[in-house]
Design a binder for this molecule. Structure first.
Ligand code: SF4
Length: 413
C-alpha cells in the first residue's frame, strides 16, 4: 500500500487528468478508508473484473455519473458513494480466459531463491492462478477479502468461502504458451490453496506429464489436503516444492486461529511428501494470540526437527480483511500507524502482541529463530547433500545480512 499510494500521488502530481482506480485485497477490505487516505478517484470493493470493465465503459462514454458501475466507491459532494454489489465471475474459462503475457516484461520476473536451489538460474519465471479463493477460515488470513462482495450477492453465508476453478485444459494451455513462447521452466502456482480437489490437481498433472515438459513448479498445500494418490503425479509433473502452513507447534495456539490439524498429522504429511521426492517450504508464525515463550520455542524446535528444505518465519500480523484484524480493533490491540508497519521485513514493522508477550518480544524471537535455523549444521548439511555447495553459499550470503528493526532498537526487552 505505501508504494501504491506513492504511485497514485506521483500520477496526480503530474496534473494530467488521469482517473485512478485501486483494486485488490487491501482496498476491498478497507474501501472507504482507502478512498480517504489515498490520492485515487475510485476504489473497487469486490474482486474487480466487472467493476473495471464497467468503469472503463462509463469513462469512454464520457459519463459523469458512475452510480451504475457495480462494486465501486467514489467521492461525491463531500461524501463517499457506494454502488451496488458486484458479482463474482462465474465461469473463469469463458470470462477470464488466458493471461496477456505479451503485455508483461517477462524477462524481468525472477523465481524465489529456494525455488531454484537445485539450479540458481532464476530466470525465466512466471506465476499463474488455477483457482480463486480458499474454503478454509484461518483467522489470520485475509485472502478472501476481494470475494466477499460477490459472495454476499450470491446469498452465501458470511461463514462460507467461495472457491472457483479454471479447467485443467485452460491452465495447461497457458503453460504451453509459457514453455514454448517464453522458455519458462520455473512456475509458481499462485493459488492460495492448490492441493485440494483431486480431480483438478490430477487433471493438470496428467496433462503436463503427457506433454513431457521438464518443469520446476511450486504450489500451496495443506497438511490435511494432501492425498497419497496425488504425490507421484505431482512429482512427475514437476511439482518439486509444496508450501505448507504449519504455523505453530502448540495445539492450543493453532486451534485458537482455526488451524485444525494435529502435530502427528504434520509430521506424517511432511515425511510422506519428502519421501516422494518433493521439497517442503514450511511456514511458521510466531506471536499468535495464545503464544508465550514456551510455545514459540516449541514452534522453533519443531521447525528444526522437521528440517524442511526451506522455512518462512513470520510474525503474526492483523491484516485488514482477516478475522484477526477485526479482533484487534475490538480488543484495541496496538496496530501499526503506517501500512509499512504491517510488512514483515520493513524497518518499522510492528507485529501483534500476544496475550503474554509484547510486540518487541515476538519480533526479537522471530529474528533470532531465522538465524538459528539457517545457521544450523543439520540444515546446512541437508541442503548441501540435496542441492550442492552453491545453495549453501547462497544461504550463507543471505544470513550475512541483518534486518534493521526500529522496534528492537528502542525496546527494553
Ligand atoms: S491460511 Fe491458507 S488454508 Fe488458511 S484460509 Fe488462508 S489460504 Fe486458506
Amino acid at each position: 500500500m505505501p508504494s501504491a499510494g506513492k504511485i497514485c500521488k506521483a500520477i496526480k502530481d503530474l496534473q494530467f487528468d488521469i482517473p485512478i482506480l485501486l483494486v485488490g485485497g487491501h482496498v476491498a477490505a478497507l474501501p472507504e478508508k482507502t478512498l480517504k487516505e489515498e490520492a485515487c478517484d475510485f476504489v473497487c470493493g469486490g474482486e474487480g473484473p466487472y467493476t473495471v470493465v464497467e468503469l472503463l465503459e462509463a469513462i469512454k462514454n464520457r459519463e459523469t455519473n458512475f452510480g451504475k458501475v457495480r462494486g465501486l466507491y467514489f467521492r461525491e459532494n463531500g461524501g463517499i458513494v457506494r454502488t451496488e454489489l458486484s458479482p463474482l465471475v462465474k465461469n473463469l474459462d469463458e470470462e477470464m480466459p488466458g493471461i496477456a503475457w505479451d503485455l508483461l516484461p517477462m524477462e524481468k520476473y525472477r523465481a524465489h531463491n529456494w525455488h531454484c536451489f537445485a539450479d540458481l538460474n532464476r530466470h525465466p519465471y512466471a506465476s499463474l492462478y488455477t483457482t480463486l479463493g480458499c474454503p478454509y477460515k484461518c483467522t489470520f488470513c485475509c485472502i478472501q477479502a476481494p470475494f466477499k462482495q460477490g459472495e454476499k450477492l450470491l446469498g452465501m453465508k458470511e461463514s462460507v468461502n467461495s472457491y472457483r476453478f479454471w479447467s485443467p485444459d485452460a491452465i495447461v494451455e497457458q503453460i504451453d504458451l509459457l514453455v514454448n513462447q517464453y522458455g519458462v521452466r520455473n512456475i509458481k502456482i499462485a493459488d492460495e490453496m492448490f492441493v485440494l480437489n483431486p480431480r483438478h490437481v490430477l487433471g493438470i498433472c496428467e496433462k503436463i506429464i503427457e506433454r513431457g515438459y521438464d518443469l520446476n513448479i511450486w504450489a500451496y498445500a495443506r497438511v490435511d489436503t494432501v492425498k497419497d494418490n496425488m504425490l507421484e503425479k505431482l512429482k512427475k509433473a514437476g511439482f518439486h516444492w509444496l508450501a505448507f502452513g504449519i504455523e505453530a507447534a502448540s495445539e492450543r495456539v493453532r486451534d485458537d486461529v482455526q488451524k485444525g490439524f494435529g502435530q502427528e498429522e504434520i509430521f506424517e504429511t511432511i515425511r510422506k511428501v519428502q519421501d516422494s521426492g518433493i521439497n517442503i517450504i514450511g511456514n511458521y508464525i510466531f506471536g499468535l494470540p495464545e503464544d508465550n515463550h514456551e510455545t514459540m520455542q516449541a514452534t522453533l524446535d519443531m521447525s528444526l526437527e522437521l528440517n524442511c528444505e526451506f522455512p518462512n518465519f513470520y510474525c503474526a500480523m492483523a491484516y485488514p480483511g482477516s478475522q484477526l484484524y477485526q479482533l484487534a480493533l475490538r480488543e484495541k490491540w496496538p496496530l501499526p500507524k503506517n501500512w509499512s508497519g504491517y510488512s514483515q521485513h520493513s524497518v518499522d514493522t510492528l507485529p501483534l502482541p500476544t496475550k503474554y508477550l509484547s510486540s518487541a518480544e515476538v519480533l526479537r524471537f522471530r529474528d533470532e529463530a531465522f538465524y538459528t535455523y539457517f545457521k544450523s549444521e543439520k540444515y546446512l548439511s541437508m541442503v548441501e547433500k540435496k542441492f550442492g555447495k552453491e545453495a549453501v553459499q547462497h544461504i550463507q550470503e543471505m544470513t550475512s545480512k541483518k534486518l534493521e528493526r526500529e522496534l528492537l532498537k528502542s525496546a527494553i526487552l
